[in-house]
Write a protein that binds this ligand. Structure first.
Ligand SMILES: Cc1cc2nc3c(=O)[nH]c(=O)nc-3n(C[C@H](O)[C@H](O)[C@H](O)COP(=O)(O)O)c2cc1C
Length: 194
């Protein structure tokens, strides 16, 4: 499944059975995590609840244009709007929250920073498990970091403590993209010793 997975940006409208979503989360929770903290919560949106969440995301992106909280990332706003359009097409949005995570707008000391790195890595492992299981079940996914442009608005709407780390769009794919390019092995692998 590792080599079959693609980011999917076109979806059919078909609903996804709840048992399939549970199977995805079951795969996610099998991931390793630092100190086995399992620093994740998966909040699954579909139907009218998903539309409402995405309306809030749109408001947040519009606010970001007017009153930027991430002024250094303004060039990413158009991409965020495109991501939102894709999320509207996919029947399910899964929000991934670290319940003990810090706000990205908070200053961290080095201890907190390392804890955060480990939690983020753990969540990344869980999300990868989830999207590989989705690929195995015939679903397409899009891993979404563009939630950052509507960070406060989305967190408020989720009404949870912690950090919104990312979201995942899930649905039946309506496209089969070619594999996207990757850096060559000799650029990323370095051997020191035998
Ligand atoms: C942490 C993370 C955040 C991402 N955020 C977005 C996003 O907000 N919108 C989007 O269209 N793609 C997003 N992607 C998908 C990447 O663009 C994609 O993985 C990359 O271009 C490689 O393509 P592939 O997944 O088909 O191999 C994200 C991927 C990761 C891992």
């Amino acid at each position: 499944m590792i080599y079959k997975r693609r980011s999917i940006r076109k979806y059919r409208r078909d609903k996804i059975p709840r048992n399939d979503i549970l199977e995805l989360i079951e795969a996610a929770k099998a991931a390793p995590s630092a100190k086995n903290r399992q620093p994740w919560k998966f909040i699954v949106f579909s139907g009218a609840e998903k539309e409402a969440l995405l309306a809030i995301m749109e408001k947040g992106i519009d606010r970001e244009v007017e009153i930027p909280m991430l002024p250094g990332s303004a060039s990413g706003i158009e991409d965020a709007k495109n991501t939102l359009r894709i999320m509207r097409e996919a029947p399910v949005t899964i929000c991934v929250v670290d319940p003990d995570g810090y706000s990205p707008f908070e200053e961290l000391n080095p201890d907190q920073r390392f804890t955060e790195i480990n939690s983020t890595l753990s969540i990344g492992a869980a999300v990868e498990n989830l999207i590989l299981k989705a690929t195995e079940l015939g679903y397409g996914t899009l891993w979404i970091g563009n939630t950052c442009f509507a960070y406060q608005e989305l967190l408020e709407e989720l009404n949870v403590d912690g950090q919104l780390v990312c979201a995942i769009a899930v649905g039946i794919p309506a496209e089969l993209p070619e594999a996207r390019s990757r850096k060559p092995l000799d650029e990323i692998a370095e051997f020191r010793g035998d």
